[in-house]
Ligand binder design. Structure first.
Ligand code: PRP
Ligand code: URA
Length: 208
């Protein structure tokens, strides 16, 4: 499945400020929350809908609604948490599952340390949230555990992706569409995205 780059100027302007090394955590958090809404808006475009009817003060009107209710949000901790509150403004009834993964500094392999998913997650559409898609190891692992839980309809929403990450997710999970604001050049020797924006978790939470 391909990577959709959301090229709206509003998204790209916020990405510019998020990339800027001078942007402090307070602004970084606000920008990530806002841009996540715009990315989710694109990712939700082709979610299954069903027809229904609503009664206006004047009379009946045809309407649409999500076929499976509002999608479940699943942030990958820590940095994915920075995308949740903005998207919850858009989808206030969405349940939120959590997956805790960190990259081992030496091997760059993901290590799982937490998992909590809604009981009915298999019957729902899921937005998997992580601003950074670098080697793709974390996203591939998270998608694997969501599928093991029975989830069939998943969209991956990130902010910045590397070609290596897009290829890894495309190979392991070809059914999962990916959305993001940028597809960057490559990974450096520490598996950081170039030019990227640095360590998203550290920039969000001031742990640099
Ligand atoms: C970052 C980021 C992704 C992962 C991406 O998390 O938020 O989860 O790295 O890298 P990958 O595609 O190579 O797996 P990190 O492991 O730094 O954990 P943190 O969010 O807790 O800082
Ligand atoms: N994780 C990050 O936070 N940034 C990168 O560039 C790569 C992985």
């Amino acid at each position: 499945m391909e990577f959709t780059r959301v090229d709206h100027p509003l998204v790209q302007d916020k990405l510019r400020m998020l990339r800027d090394a001078k942007t402090p955590p307070k602004e970084f958090r606000a920008l990530l929350a806002d841009v996540s809404v715009l990315l989710a808006y694109e990712a939700l475009r082709d979610l299954p809908w069903e027809r229904t009817e609503v009664t206006t003060p004047i009379g009946p009107a045809e309407a649409l609604r999500f076929a499976h209710g509002q999608p479940v949000l699943v942030p990958i901790l820590r940095a994915g948490l920075g995308m949740v509150d903005g998207i919850l403004r858009l989808l206030p009834e969405a349940a939120v599952g959590h997956v805790g993964l960190y990259r081992d500094h030496a091997t760059h392999q993901p290590v799982e340390y937490y998992r909590n998913l809604p009981a009915d997650v298999a019957a729902r559409d899921v937005l998997l949230l992580d601003p950074m898609l670098a080697t793709g190891g974390s996203a591939v692992a998270a998608l694997g555990l969501l599928k093991a839980a029975g989830v069939r309809s998943i969209r991956l929403v990130c902010l910045v992706a590397a070609p290596e990450g897009v290829a890894a997710v495309g190979k392991a999970h070809p059914d999962v569409p990916m959305f993001g604001a940028a597809l960057d050049s490559h990974l450096n020797q520490d598996a950081y995205i170039v030019p990227g924006l640095g360590d998203a978790g550290d920039r969000l939470y001031g742990t640099l």
